[in-house]
Design a protein. Sequence first.
Length: 327
Amino acid sequence: MTGICIIAGALDGKLSRSSLELIGGARMLQGPVGQEVAAVLLGHGPGLAEAAADLHRHGVGRVYRCDHPLLTAGQTDAVLVAVEHVVRRTRPEVVLIAADTVGRELAPRLAYRLRAALATECVELGVEDGAIVVRRQVYGGRALATLVVRTRPAVLSVKPHALDVPQPAPVAGTVEDVSVAIDAGALPTRVREVLREQAELGLEDAQIVIGGGRGLGGPEGFALLAELAKQLGGAVGASRPPTDAGWVPVNWQIGQTGKTIRPALYIAVGISGATQHIAGVTGSRTIVAINRDPEAPIFSSAHLGIVGDYREVVPALIAKVKELKGA
Ligand SMILES: Cc1cc2nc3c(=O)[nH]c(=O)nc-3n(C[C@H](O)[C@H](O)[C@H](O)COP(=O)(O)OP(=O)(O)OC[C@H]3O[C@@H](n4cnc5c(N)ncnc54)[C@H](O)[C@@H]3O)c2cc1C
C-alpha cells in the first residue's frame, strides 16, 4: 500500500475545479504517505484527454483513465464501481475525494467496502509529527474538530472550495486506460435526465456575493440585490429560508447544507447569522452585514456592519456604486 490517489471527476466533460483542489490536498500529505500522487480519472468522451493533460500539468504523474458512458453527472453507483475497481488494484494508502454531490455519497460507501478509515468534508489536511491530521467543521460550523488518521487505507473527502487550486507543476506523466465492466442493469439507481438551471449563477466562483435572507420579506427584495450584484459584477445567493419559501432557486443556498463560498467580498443582507449559514461563508475575505437589528449575531462574524433597513441601505449603495463608476 503506497501513495495518494485522488478521484478526479470529469463527469460533465471537463475536469472539475474540486479535482484540482484535491491535488493541493495531496501535496500537503506527501511525505508520510509516500511521494506518489496518482489519479483515477472518471468520465466519458473526448474531454478526458484534456482532463488527463490538466492533471499532468498540476503534477499528477500516473493517471488511471476510466472512460464509460455511465460515468456522467450524478451516476454515483457507476462511479463507485469504477473507483473501487481501480483502488483495489492500485492499493493507495490514502484516497482523496471531493465532497461534491457525487463525492458525499461515494466516500462513505467506498470506505465501507475497503474497510478503510473515513473522514468526511475536511476543510484542512496536514501532517503533524508524521501523522495525517485533518480538520472538519462540527456543531454547524461553530467549531473545528481535529482528527488524527492512523488507519490505512484512509478515505478523506474534502469540502469543495476549502482548498485553493495549486500552482501548475508539470510532470511527464502516464495515462493507463482501465476498462471497467459496469452493468447498467445491476446498478440500484440510474440517472435518466439532468435538468439544469437556465442561467449559471457561478456562486462558488464569484469574487463578490450578495446573500439575501428572510429579512428581505419576499422575492422582490432579491431584485434589488440582483441590481447591486450587477453593478458590482457579483452573484446573488441566499440563506435557507428564501430557498425553502421558493423565493429563489434551491441552488442559491449558502451554508452548512448549501454551498461553501470564499469570495473576496460577501454582503449579507437581512440575514441573522445562524451558525449553519456562517459555516458556508467563513472563508470570505471581507464580510459586510446589513441588518436592521443592531443585536443580530451576524455582526459578530462581519468585518463591517450597517444597521438599517435594507430597503434604504441597498438603493443607497447602488446609487453610490453607479456614481463611482460614472454611470
Ligand atoms: C440542520 C440544519 C441545516 C441548516 N442549513 C442551513 C444552511 O445551509 N444555510 C442557511 O442559511 N441556513 C441553514 N439552516 C437554517 C438556519 O438555522 C437559520 O434558520 C437560517 O440561516 C436563518 O436564515 P435568515 O438569517 O435568513 O433568517 P432569520 O434568522 O429570520 O433572520 C432574518 C434577519 O433579517 C433581519 N431583517 C428583517 N427585516 C429587515 C430589513 N427590512 N432590513 C434589514 N434586515 C432585516 C432581521 O433582523 C434578522 O436578523 C439550517 C438549519 C438546520 C437545523
